[in-house]
Design a protein around this ligand. Structure first.
Ligand code: ATP
Length: 192
């Protein structure tokens, strides 16, 4: 049965508590039935490919996403190559997965570069853009028709976690415990 769905794309390299907390805030505040985490194969707006393999990033998401209202969409990993959000939104709509327009959660750090995404106007037409705050600073100028969420941001990022792993600093409680174990057991990010 189609549900009210919000998509949450990212590298998730690794998934962390900032991702999970903001997804839950959006779900509750905006009344979505489901948030679908969509790991990118190769995100176009980052410098170079993710440090973690698709297999590791998917495995960590699987360990983190226990919530019955969260799930993982493999579309971008399965397509491979550079991952464009517009292709994913079209696929979700074509598959009849969402009742009404799907939501699309993006952090406010992505707003200024949004116009350089592939077919940005079409993304805005086909999805309800939901802008969440990452820092305790005012939200940047809004995208047309975007919905902003006055969330309580957790100042955590994947790059900060990768650096902490590499330099031997504490990162245990910045990720769910099974993700922490996975990173340690698989010796991820030691030389990223
Ligand atoms: P990196 O530090 O490697 O750039 P990241 O922490 O930004 O990674 P991504 O997987 O690239 O993580 O982010 C996916 C989405 O989640 C983006 O829209 C990003 O803005 C958002 N996001 C990431 N961290 C947070 C956070 N702490 N609070 C709210 N949104 C976040």
């Amino acid at each position: 049965m189609a549900e009210r769905v919000a998509l949450f794309g990212g590298s998730f390299d690794p998934v962390h508590i900032g991702h999970l907390f903001v997804a839950e805030e959006v779900r509750i505040r905006l009344g979505y039935d489901r948030v679908i985490f969509v790991p990118a194969a190769h995100p176009p707006h980052k410098n170079g490919p993710p440090a973690g393999s698709a297999t590791d990033r998917l495995a960590m998401l699987g360990l983190a996403v226990e919530h019955e209202c969260f799930s993982i969409g493999r579309w971008e990993i399965d397509r491979g190559g550079v991952s464009y959000t517009i292709d994913t939104v079209r696929q979700v709509i074509a598959d009849g997965l969402a009742s009404g327009k799907p939501g699309l959660i993006i952090g406010d750090d992505l707003v200024s570069g949004f116009s350089s995404w592939r077919e940005p106007e079409e993304v805005i037409n086909l999805a309800n853009i939901i802008v969440v705050r990452r820092q305790d600073t005012p939200l940047p100028e809004l995208l047309r028709d975007a919905h902003t969420v006055d969330n309580s941001p957790l100042p955590v990022s994947s790059s900060q976690i990768r650096k902490r792993v590499q330099s031997g600093h504490a990162f245990r409680y910045l990720v769910p415990e099974p993700v922490y174990r996975y990173i340690v057991d698989h010796r991820l990010y030691q030389d990223s």
